[in-house]
Design a protein. Structure first.
Length: 434
């Protein structure tokens, strides 16, 4: 599979999309899940402009896109996996808003560099005072209310209409967990909607999250700004799992059992987020600070602290769960796969057409973040070992020659919870109970 034989790159608004795949010289895109803070998604593309199609009219351009208002456009990258007898799968790799365009032109050759970000990074808002409410609300509902500015949650966010002000703007928060937590609404002064989400709501899980696709719908006529949210148990609903496995001896006897090859693997110690003491305090009146300390870890590594104030936790017990989450999951230094790299050419060579499903997971900005990634390898002079991890960040770098996929990983023993009867997450004395 050559890099661009199976990509579809488009830009446009509610008045129509433009397919520009054949002009793309290369691109990179990153999606990163946030834990208690906003996740992010970005993309950068290099476009061939030797025809002058992308040069603005005011700069002497007379090509196809000379009058495009680039900063009002949605950009999407899709991947189509599956050939031969395998049913093709179309997966959204990136969906966001163009936020930078740079044209290089020496009079002979010209290229365009486009930078795009997820919709959440373009949202704006106006401050408001928020009154306290101790009513229990599902976290996905609460975040949606903050973004929409309804039910006492302030003024909401302002989002682009993409050329049609008659379409309803619809932030759509999806709970992708097998369970859901409830939160409250602390009083706040002079805050914007994104501050409510980032300062009080996301830390109250803490909840894992990442931005999703921008969808133009016609019936009803809405522009949906999708957003995905994972409960503190960190267990995804079955419909949102994009689990993959990497093996030293990759095979794919069936589409669902494909084991993928790695072109490189970095194994490292988990010291970046080391935490030995966490304090969490709900923003509701009368709440008491909850502190959890890993004494043995503090004695070995020194004090590494986290502090969360004015969270949207309903009770002190919920705030205690926040403190337990960070201290219990991050007080042990582990030696574990930190980053794994593969290429589309290596996957197809090793697994053939049965790589279809696994490739669609690797490309998916919806399914892959915080899904399981099983890694089998043999260290030099050692014995073969298998580690279970979760995907924290995915980077794709595509050129006409090949596509490189890089996964940054976290140990599943700390970032998943015990699942009964699971051979991966149901290991007694190893997997956590929440």
């Amino acid at each position: 599979m050559a890099a661009f034989d199976n990509y579809i790159v488009t830009f446009g608004d509610r008045n129509g999309d433009n397919t520009i795949t054949s002009d793309v010289l290369g691109f990179s895109t990153v999606i990163e899940a946030g834990i208690g803070q906003f996740g992010k998604m970005t993309a950068n593309l290099t476009i061939d402009n030797n025809t002058g199609n992308y040069t603005p009219q005011e700069g002497g351009g007379n090509g196809t896109y000379k009058t495009v208002d680039w900063y009002s456009q949605r950009l999407e990258i899709k991947a189509v996996t599956g050939t031969g007898t395998v049913t093709p799968r179309t997966t959204i790799v990136f969906s966001g808003v163009i936020r930078g365009i740079d044209i290089t032109d020496n009079g002979i050759n010209s290229t365009v560099n486009i930078a795009a970000v997820d919709w959440l990074q373009t949202a704006t808002g106006t401050p408001a005072d928020i009154t306290e409410s101790t009513s229990a609300v599902n976290v996905d509902t609460a975040i949606n209310r903050a973004l929409e500015g309804v039910s006492g949650y302030g003024n909401g966010v302002t989002l682009q209409n993409f050329g049609d002000a008659t379409a309803t703007i619809n932030p759509a928060v999806f709970n992708i967990s097998s369970s859901v937590s409830q939160i409250a609404r602390p009083a706040q002064t002079n805050v914007e909607a994104l501050d409510i989400v980032s300062q009080t709501q996301l830390p109250a899980g803490p909840f894992v999250n990442y931005p999703g696709e921008i969808e133009f719908n016609t019936s009803p006529k809405t522009t949906d700004f999708n957003y995905y949210l994972l409960n503190r148990t960190l267990e995804k609903d079955v419909f949102f799992r994009g689990n993959v496995k990497f093996s030293e001896n990759p095979t794919a006897p069936t589409v669902t059992t494909a084991e993928l090859p790695a072109t490189s693997l970095r194994v490292d110690f988990t010291t970046d987020n080391l935490t030995t003491v966490t304090s969490a305090t709900s923003g509701l009146a009368g709440s008491t600070t909850q502190t959890v300390t890993a004494t043995a870890a503090a004695e070995k590594y020194g004090s590494r602290s986290r502090v969360y104030n004015k969270t949207a936790n309903l009770t002190d017990t919920d705030a205690l769960d926040v403190a337990n989450f960070w201290t219990n999951r991050q007080s042990t230094i582990r030696y574990t796969p930190a980053q794994i790299t593969t290429t589309v050419s290596a996957i197809v060579a090793a697994c053939g057409i049965n790589s279809n499903l696994a490739l669609s997971y690797l490309f998916s900005a919806k399914l892959l973040p915080f899904s399981l990634c099983e890694v089998e390898y043999t260290p030099t002079g050692g014995t073969q070992i298998t580690h279970n991890t979760v995907v924290r960040r995915r980077t794709i770098r595509a050129t006409p020659a090949d596509t490189t996929i890089i996964l940054d990983l976290l140990p599943a023993v700390d970032y998943q919870s015990f699942t009964l009867d699971s051979t991966v997450l149901g290991v007694l004395d190893e997997n956590r109970l929440g």
